[in-house]
Design a protein. Structure first.
Length: 202
C-alpha cells in the first residue's frame, strides 16, 4: 500500500456491495456503496464513480459469466438498480445510466436459451403500462402494453425459437427479442407453427 488516499474521509459510510465487475481475470474491480446525508452512490476499487451520490437506494444486479476458453463459471456485478423519489433506473458497470430514472418499476429478467446462450432484458413499468429494454439499454418494446410474456418453442434439440408476446386491450401481438414488431396487436391467440417455422396469430 502506498498510503495514498483514494476516497476522501468525508462520507458517512462505505461498504462492499458486490462481486468483481471485470471480465478480465487479472483485473479485479469491486464496487462499494458510498453514503452521505442519506443518499447513496457507487464507487469502485479503481477510484471511479459509477453513480453520483444522489440516490435513495442502490442494489447491484449479478450475472453468471464464463471467461473465454475456460469452463470456470463466476459471478460478476454488471448493473445497478437505483431509485430516486420513488422512480427507478439502471446503471451499467461502466457508469452509464442505460435506463433513465423515471419508471415506477424495473425488473431484471433472463432466460437460458441453450447451454451457451443466456438472454437478458429489463421489463419496465410506468403509469400502469409495461415495456422492455435490452441489456444494453435500448428500448425494444414501447411502454404501452398491459402485459409482456417471454415465450419460446423448441424446434429441435439444437434450436429454440424465442419471442415476446404483448397484450393490449385484450388483444395479442408479437415482438422479436431484438425489438422487431413481428405481429400486430390484433389477435386473440398466438402460437408457433412448427411446419411453417413461424409465429402465427388467430
Amino acid at each position: 500500500m502506498s498510503g495514498k488516499t483514494v476516497l476522501p474521509a468525508k462520507y458517512s459510510g462505505i461498504q462492499d456491495i458486490g462481486y468483481n465487475m471485470s471480465t478480465k481475470k487479472e483485473n479485479r474491480i469491486y464496487p462499494y456503496l458510498v453514503s452521505n446525508n442519506e443518499k447513496y452512490g457507487v464507487w469502485t476499487s479503481k477510484g471511479k464513480w459509477i453513480t453520483p451520490i444522489k440516490y435513495d437506494t442502490i442494489i447491484p444486479i449479478f450475472v453468471r459469466y464464463s471467461y473465454d476458453n475456460d469452463d470456470y463459471i463466476t459471478i460478476l456485478t454488471r448493473y445497478f438498480h437505483v431509485t430516486k423519489n420513488d422512480k427507478e433506473g439502471i446503471y451499467n458497470y461502466k457508469g452509464k445510466c442505460i435506463i433513465p430514472v423515471k419508471f415506477d418499476n424495473i425488473d431484471y429478467r433472463k432466460r437460458e436459451i441453450d447451454e451457451n446462450t443466456t438472454y437478458s432484458w429489463f421489463e419496465v413499468e410506468k403509469n400502469g403500462k409495461v415495456g422492455a429494454f435490452n441489456s444494453k439499454g435500448r428500448c425494444i418494446i414501447p411502454v404501452i402494453f398491459d402485459n409482456i410474456d417471454y415465450e419460446e418453442e423448441e424446434i429441435d434439440e439444437n434450436t429454440t425459437y424465442s419471442w415476446f408476446k404483448v397484450e393490449k386491450s385484450d388483444k395479442l401481438g408479437v415482438y422479436s427479442l431484438k425489438g422487431k414488431h413481428i405481429l400486430p396487436v390484433k389477435y386473440d391467440y398466438i402460437s408457433f407453427d412448427k411446419k411453417k417455422k413461424k409465429i402465427v396469430g388467430e
